[in-house]
Write a protein that binds this ligand. Sequence first.
Ligand code: MTE
Ligand code: MO
Length: 293
Amino acid sequence: MLNRRALMGAGAALLPSAALAQQAAGVVPPLPEAQRNLRYRPEREITPEREATTYNNFYEFGTSKNIVREASRMPMRPWTIQVDGMVAKPATFGVDDLIRQLPIEERIYRLRCVEAWAMTVPWTGFQLSELLKLVEPTSAARYVSFTTAQLPAVMPGLRQSWYPWPHVEGCTVAEAMNELTFMPIGMYGKPLLAQNGGPFRVVFPWKYGFKSGKSVVRITLTDRRPENFWFKIQPSEYGFWANVNPEVAHPRWSQATERLLGSGERVPTRLFNGYGEFVSGLYTNLQRERLWA
Ligand SMILES: Nc1nc2c(c(=O)[nH]1)N[C@H]1C(S)=C(S)[C@@H](COP(=O)(O)O)O[C@H]1N2
Ligand SMILES: [Mo]
């Protein structure tokens, strides 16, 4: 019989190098165990996995909704995320080290694109506030920006030089620390696919989908409002706040209803995408801001 100490010793010596070899080979490890958090109720049918993983918006890979083939060429290991700016402890984390350090859970959230399609997805991931606690934002930090990877070899969209690459999105520190702000590393119980923003992205379920930057490589805390990608392209249509509101029309269409991916059913859109109980307090003193995209 194997001696337990010898076994543990061997495990400790072998596992990290095995993990490193896997990383070097670009292998994405399976998701850790994750309990579904029932505090966040879907209130809708979960969107079929096929629809949610094949109808995508990811301009780095092209402007159509059909970018799976292009995205599948993106290597997702090794992958690091740099967290810097106005923090006491700036750090760069390997994605798998980060996943081991943080509490991982499953949450079913609704996502409402500004183009009026919507989906309901079981995401696996961590609350962004848990990551920010590791780096300790300073009291001067007011905003957080999220930068997407720029990989010209696999992202044909980057050749469209009129777009302001890299893709940057942002929010306030209060929004980033809100309990709803989530960083998925998976969906439908599987590692997040490249087309959905693997190996990890951010989601703000109460904001239009364009705020949820994909394939993030850098998170920066600042005292200046980040100029987000879509705002730079078309400021009249895509604001900084972009909270979902059925009564405030997009310049080119009504936002009163939305089309569910999968069934194609049209349903009424809700204020803050139905998450007002968690987030309306963030906006009480901001009535003069353009809070709705
Ligand atoms: N880097 C990057 N992030 C992005 C986008 C993008 O083009 N590039 N599109 C956004 C938009 S408009 C939406 S609606 C969601 C779509 O996410 P999904 O493809 O997983 O449904 O991703 C958002 N994040
Ligand atoms: Mo979108």
